[in-house]
Ligand binder design. Structure first.
Ligand SMILES: NC(=O)c1ccc[n+]([C@@H]2O[C@H](COP(=O)([O-])OP(=O)(O)OC[C@H]3O[C@@H](n4cnc5c(N)ncnc54)[C@H](OP(=O)(O)O)[C@@H]3O)[C@@H](O)[C@H]2O)c1
Length: 336
């Protein structure tokens, strides 16, 4: 059994905790609480052991009995999944994980240079084998890497993508916009280089903007390819890859709202959709002296990185068969 601790029990951390608890080869040792909130109450009700970070953040005042502090958690685990806010993961590596010689996964808010290894299971599982520190790339980068990796069989020469990003997560009352479309005033945006941290040969250029929605990001992607392609070839390539779902107008899955409603109706935990959803009718191919393929995809920012964290735990603790790990994880999530 791989003993896993979660540091940072927010949007990503609480999902990874539940996913770890579902794996037959893993044991959730415990989660941290940085302050008291409904998240702590849920962890407590689920029977997860709670470890404090810093002071007890009002836990005891609110009737929660911590099992210890973060140092106690580190003594009991084989690996930590750190899902703290941007920059804290990097600090925690130096402050806690290196001195205690504990392996750790950090998230996409951190820079590639912090670990030197960035991870998307279906693209580069082997690179994380037995490593001490690995970064799971952001939700957007995960989405782009999954589909571009599947389509690289057509020999992609360059990619141009626009990222239409949700303004905030559904439970977030601090961020926005609530009545504006906000372009990222940086050309190209930083997202393209991040794809190269997993797919180093991918010549990708991105632009990005934020919109008043909480449900998913949407990407519009145009790729130049060497091989002649048609729409059916693209659908086949995406359908046969893992963690990608083709969604169709005929199902009335025409928007991010309907995709999330679909996930809820499927009974997915928290209404999550960890697969990258590509609209069938938004796939195009042009062969007119040059070969281009075009598609649009929706990325559920709260959940697409969660199965990646699970596969990364296995890779870093020495489980060599990436394909098998992906199958085990997918089975536990009920995804293909
Ligand atoms: N949300 C997304 O859409 C998304 C998608 C992909 C990747 N990511 C990445 O995942 C990471 C986590 O993001 P998130 O959205 O899950 O953040 P979040 O919802 O804000 O959760 C962060 C958690 O970390 C805790 N925390 C804060 N400071 C801490 C510290 N010094 N030590 C220990 N715990 C601390 C917070 O507790 P308190 O609330 O008590 O402070 C909270 O429980 C980031 O790198 C982010 O870029 C996020």
């Amino acid at each position: 059994m791989i003993k896993v601790g979660i540091v940072g029990y927010g949007t990503i951390g609480k999902r990874v905790a539940d996913a770890v608890a579902m794996q037959k080869d893993m044991k959730l040792t415990g989660v941290t609480a940085h302050s008291y909130s409904f998240n702590t109450e849920v962890a407590n009700e689920k029977g997860y052991k709670i470890f404090t970070v810093g002071d007890d953040g009002d836990l005891k005042l609110n009737g929660i009995k911590p099992a210890g502090d973060i140092n106690n958690l580190l003594e009991e685990v084989d690996i930590i999944v750190d899902a703290t806010p941007k920059k804290v993961g990097k600090e925690n590596i130096e402050k806690y994980y290196k001195p205690k010689k504990v392996k750790a996964i950090i998230q996409g808010g951190e820079k590639h240079e912090t670990t030197g290894t960035s991870f998307v299971a279906q693209c580069n599982y082997d690179e994380a084998l037995n490593k001490d520190f690995v970064r799971i790339v952001s939700c957007n980068t995960t989405g782009l890497c999954r589909t571009l990796h599947a389509l690289n069989k057509f020999d992609i020469t360059s990619v141009h993508a626009t990222l239409i990003r949700r303004g905030a997560d559904p439970g977030d009352i601090r961020h926005g916009p609530i009545n504006a479309v906000v372009p990222v005033l940086e050309m190209p945006s930083h997202h393209g280089p991040d794809v190269r941290s997993v797919l180093p040969k991918c010549q990708i250029f991105t632009t990005a903007l934020s919109v008043p929605s909480t449900l998913m990001h949407v990407h519009t992607v145009i790729a130049d390819v060497k091989k002649k392609v048609n729409v059916d070839d693209v659908i086949d390539a995406l359908s046969s890859a893992t963690r990608i779902r083709i969604v169709r107008n005929a199902e009335h899955l025409r928007s991010t709202a309907e995709i999330i409603e679909f996930a809820r109706d499927l009974g997915r935990q928290r209404g999550d959709m960890p697969e990258i959803c590509v609209w069938k009718e938004a796939i195009g191919a042009v062969s007119n002296g040059y070969n281009k393929l075009l598609y649009m995809q929706a990325v559920h920012q709260e959940s697409d990185v969660v199965p990646e964290n699970i596969d990364c735990i296995r890779a870093m603790t020495g489980f060599k068969d990436g394909q098998k790990s992906i199958e085990m994880t997918n089975k536990s999530f009920g995804i293909k």
